[in-house]
Structure formats: C-alpha cells, structure tokens
Design a protein around this ligand. Structure first.
Ligand SMILES: Cc1cc2nc3c(=O)[nH]c(=O)nc-3n(C[C@H](O)[C@H](O)[C@H](O)COP(=O)(O)O)c2cc1C
Length: 189
C-alpha cells in the first residue's frame, strides 16, 4: 500500500530552508511517506488529497514570512483536520541554551497566534549564516549579530552552516510516525 501523501510547504529568504525541507522530505520518504515539496509561491490552493502537512520557514527580523503566515491562516482549518507539523529555522535556535530556545519558541508562538493554527509537532532548528549570499547591508547586520551570538563566526568571505542535521532527521522520523498513525486512524473510521 502507498504511504500517506504529505505536503511540505515552506518559505525561505536566502535558500537554506530549501535544503532543510529537502532533508525532511528524504526523512519522510525513508519512513514510509510520500512527500511533495512546495515553496510558498507554489503552495497548493487546497489540501484535498493530502493525508498530512508539514509547514516551515525561516525567521527574519524575529518573524516568519508573511506569505507563509497568510497561507497558513487561510488553511488553518484544513491543517487541523489532518496530522500536521511545523518547523522554524533561525540562528537563535542554533544556540542550545534556555534563553535562546525560549526566544526561538516565542517567534513560533507568535506565528501560531497570528495564524490561528496550533500544530501537533514543532521543531526549532538552527539555520545558517550565508554571508556570501547577502548584499552588503545584510552582511554587515548579520556580522554584528553574529559577533554577539557566535563569536568566531564573523568571516564574511564564507558561509556557516549551523543546522544540526541529526535534529532535522529526528524531526522527520517523528513526523513520519505521526503522519502514518494519523493516516491509519483515518482509514479505520
Ligand atoms: C536579514 C536577516 C534577518 C534575520 N533575522 C533573524 C532573527 O531575527 N532571528 C534569528 O534567529 N535569525 C535571524 N536571521 C537568521 C536566519 O533565520 C538564518 O540565516 C536562516 O538560516 C535563514 O534561512 P533561509 O536562507 O531559508 O531564509 C536573519 C537572517 C537575515 C539574513
């Protein structure tokens, strides 16, 4: 029997979340699901035909993207009707102490308050410093931020991947189990 069909809807600024979404898709596929990745511009107009959904995006200026928020708000009811999960990608989440995780959690909470969607599962994932992809203003701002948060990661001639890819794999495995359990329950009704 084919596994549950799962939509992965994501928004990215500089492209790092594209890789995170692809890795989650690979994890879902390896764990019995059939994922379909869509960037927010090409997000489906209906969730009809999807057994579950993973929504995610990166944080810029303490917020998730407004297109992702608008789509999620529009589909909050349909999201709640099927197994669902959310992931947030930020550099705050790359610092593993209580204060930073609390801050990353607050950004996610404000996304939920704004959209009216309260996901079944949430992952706060570390992102990347992509100096070589930024224009000079962004590069300067991010270097200032990094000097506080990540002393040593301020060489703007290179990029720094701060994602814990094991944590991404772990989230994908747990999400797959959740999606499969939901699909089985739906078929049993
Ligand atoms: C202009 C700018 C603003 C950012 N603001 C925040 C922020 O407020 N909090 C945070 O934790 N990370 C912030 N980041 C870091 C991003 O979340 C991180 O680089 C992430 O990997 C971006 O993913 P993306 O390439 O998919 O957009 C910011 C990055 C940029 C370029």
């Amino acid at each position: 029997m084919a596994g549950p069909r799962i939509a992965i809807i994501f928004q990215t600024g500089e492209g790092h979340t594209t890789g995170v979404a692809a890795r989650i898709a690979a994890g879902l596929r390896a764990n019995g699901c059939e994922p379909e990745i869509r960037e927010i511009d090409a997000a489906p107009g209906t969730l009809e035909g999807f057994d579950g959904v993973v929504v995610g995006g990166s944080v810029h200026n303490a917020k998730h993207g407004k297109e992702l928020a608008a789509w999620t708000k529009r589909h909050a009811g349909a999201l709640a009707d099927r197994p669902n999960a959310f992931f947030s990608v930020s550099i705050t989440a790359a610092v593993h102490d209580q204060a930073h995780l609390a801050r990353a959690g607050e950004v996610a909470e404000s996304f939920f308050a704004q959209t009216g969607w309260h996901p079944d599962m949430v992952a706060l994932l570390g992102g990347a410093l992509l100096y070589t992809r930024y224009g000079w203003i962004k590069r300067f701002a991010m270097k200032q931020l990094a000097a506080h948060e990540f002393p040593g990661l301020t060489d703007t001639h290179r990029d720094y991947d701060l994602t814990d890819w094991d944590a991404v794999d772990h989230f994908a495995r747990d999400a797959a189990a959740h999606m499969r359990a939901g699909a089985m329950a739906a078929h049993a009704v």
